[in-house]
Structures are given as structure tokens and as C-alpha cells.
Ligand binder design. Sequence first.
Ligand SMILES: C[S@@+](CC[C@H](N)C(=O)[O-])C[C@H]1O[C@@H](n2cnc3c(N)ncnc32)[C@H](O)[C@@H]1O
Length: 437
Amino acid sequence: MPDAIPNIDDLQISFQQVDVDLDVQEILLAASQHDIPKLRRLVRTQSALPDAANVKDPETGYSPLHAAIAACEPETEEEETRVNGANGATNGSAAGDDSAEIVQSGVETVKFLLQEGAIWNDLDNNDETPGCLARRIGVHQLYELIVDAGVRAELLLNRLDGYEELSDGEDEDDDQQEEEEEQKETEAQEGDGTAPELVEATVETATQAPTTAETSNPSVTNPRYLDSHLNINNERILDSDQNGVMMSWESEIMRKSAAALLPRPGLKVLNIGHGMGIVDAFLQDHSPASHHIVEAHSDVVAAMKQKGWDSKPGVVIHEGRWQDILPELVMQGETFDAIYYDTFAESYGDFREFFSEQVIGLLEQDGKWGFFNGMGADRQISYDVYQKVVEMDLFEAGFEVDWEEIPVPKLEGEWEGVRRAYWVVENYRLPLCRFMD
Ligand SMILES: C[S@@+](CC[C@H](N)C(=O)[O-])C[C@H]1O[C@@H](n2cnc3c(N)ncnc32)[C@H](O)[C@@H]1O
């Protein structure tokens, strides 16, 4: 049939496609064999592919990082113990230990690929990032390498965010040039120019793991949320897009946070974000001398008044966004022994602004503060990356932090009617922050 005979242009296109497919397979094979000299040749010079460190196997969705890590999978449990040692450290001393050698060459290969711009959180067809894969097969050394790469990428992106905010129009040409250079470096790690914001709302590419906490909807900005109508009941608060704003399963976390913040009666406490009033009720159990609450959503304010929060002794309600209220409190010279922060639809940049610019003016010298630690909680590697990122930023702002691990109960039935399960990880890490000595 004449239709079945390809013309010369079609043939050329399919030959080119075959070349590309062969290049992809060659790179993935070299990655899985931990053959760094060959990878270097393919990635840097030989391959015609524009982003050779991030090619994908069409069947598995594996990137070279996935391939290099998958090749380290221990075949038996016994082997896994030898690879990781009893306490998770690689034990290279076991006699005739081929597996430890494989992990070592895997480590070198992963390092090489990251240097070449491999994306740390690219997803395969099994919805796993290279780090998720390393964790599942139990090779801790590789997992930690990917976590560190994630931390570097996120720190850079967050710095970029801040840099853009600070730009005031002067020296704009220099600013733009520096921004472009930093952007290039970041793109090598993130795969595109979008900066994921890790607290609540985020922008992610479809093939990268979202590193967000409470909503997957990138259009959930704080102003949009504050304009939306809320569905509030005793079990949960949902916004008009069915995003979970607050859920009663978080009660144990709130109880422990309140107890850590108010170790004795008679202290002054400030809570940002009333939600279902769970943490505020627990704070009240510790008989504070004064209890200020900042709440921005009019539906939440109406609900809290209906429950009589405005007539509780010592309670002061501030209606509005913390961004507007807190500078006024600073001006009035208010200070607190304890501060808690748990908002919704805010970015990591907002959170960082909160602790680096507001807490400093409001917290007593020996005071403590905490926050709902939901950053990246929909994936263990994102949670681990963000613990390190926030620790570094807290340190830079002059705070030290202690973490307490709390097991989170199985939440399977909880997500019915909720747009997206924003909590997946097994343990909550409860932060307690104070000024550095
Ligand atoms: C997750 S809920 C807080 C839940 C609370 N910790 C509890 O125990 O029920 C977040 C709350 O922060 C409020 N909020 C969001 N953005 C805010 C902002 N910029 N300033 C003050 N409150 C805000 C939301 O309206 C919501 O009531």
C-alpha cells in the first residue's frame, strides 16, 4: 500500500530518533555500570543530547541517577546489613564484600552526575525520585547524598527568591546579570526555572517531586485562600477547593507543641493562625497570663467568636494577616515568652520572613517558639531536605532548634473528600526554637 511507504524525510526523522534512543540507552547503561569515564564522554562531548545528565528511559522513567542507584540494590537482607552496617553506616570491611564496593562506585557515580547537573528530585514512572529509590532499597549513603543535593538546590532557590524581593531597581543591569547566572546554576539542579515554595503553595514541574506541605494546588496563594469560603466542622477545615486547611488528626501534635512552649502557668503567648482552635485550647490548659491570637480569615474569626474566644480572660484577638499585625505589636513593645506559627497557603519565603524579621522583635530573650512542621511532608525525602534547609536558615537568623520525633498514626481514612493527602511521612518532627546562646 503506497501509504505505508515512508518518504525520505520520515526516514531521516526515524533514524535520528533511533540515534537519540541509542544515546539514551548508552548513558543509562553507563550510569548503571558506574562507568564514570564513559559517562563523562557521553555526557560532556559525544552525545548529541542537550541535557544528557537528565535523559529518561521511556519504559521505567529512570534518569541516570535512578539507574546508578538501582544498580546498588542489595540482593538479600544479609547483604543489605553488610552494605549499611548495623547503624546505617556503610561497612566496607566485611570480607569479600562486593556489595560495599558497588555502593562505593555508586556514590562516585551519583556525585559525578550531580556535578553534571542531574536533577535531584526527578520522578520515575513509579513516582519515585532517585532519593526515594535509594531509601526503598536501603542504601543510606546514597540517600544522604541525594538529600544533600536537595538541600543545596533548595537553599539556592530560596536565596534567589529573596534576592528578587530585595532588588530595588538600582543597579538593575548588574542585578539581572547575577540573577541570570544564579538562575542557570539553579536550573541545573531543578530542571526548570520555577522555584518551588515549600510551606503551602508551590509550583512544580509534572515530572519532579513536589516538595510542598498542605496543598498541591499552585494557585492557592494566601490572598486567594483568604477570599475563599471555608467549610468548617469539628473534624476539619477545607477551603473552597477542598484543600485541607486543618484536620483534627493533628491534635496530638498541637498538644505536644503547646506543652513544650508553655512549661509553667503565667506566661505570655502569641499564636499565629487559629484554625480549629486546637492549639489555642491546649495553650489555655497551661493557664497563660496573656494569650494573643492573630487570625486573617473572616470565617475563622466569626467561628472563634461564636465559640466565645473573644470573651476568655487574657485572650486578645488580632484580626488580620500577621504581616500587618506583628509590626504593630513590635511598635507597641509587646513581647512574649512563647510564639507558635501555623498558617496556610504561605510560602517558605513568608515563613523565613516571619522568623528572621518578626520573632526577633517579639520573643523574650529566654523565650521559645515553634511552628507546624509540615514542609515537604508528602514525601520523606522532601521532609528530610526541608528539615536541613530550615535548620540552616534558623541558624542564620540566630536560632537553635531541638527536634522531637512523634509517630503519626495511619491516616488512610482521613483524606476522603480532601483534595490531596498533605501528610505521608511516618514521624512528625516537632521543632522547639530558642535564641542561640
Ligand atoms: C492550619 S490552620 C491553624 C491550625 C491551628 N494551629 C489549630 O490548632 O487549629 C492555619 C490558620 O492560619 C490562618 N492564616 C493563614 N494565613 C494567615 C496570615 N497571613 N496571617 C494570619 N493568619 C493566617 C488561616 O486562616 C487558618 O485559620
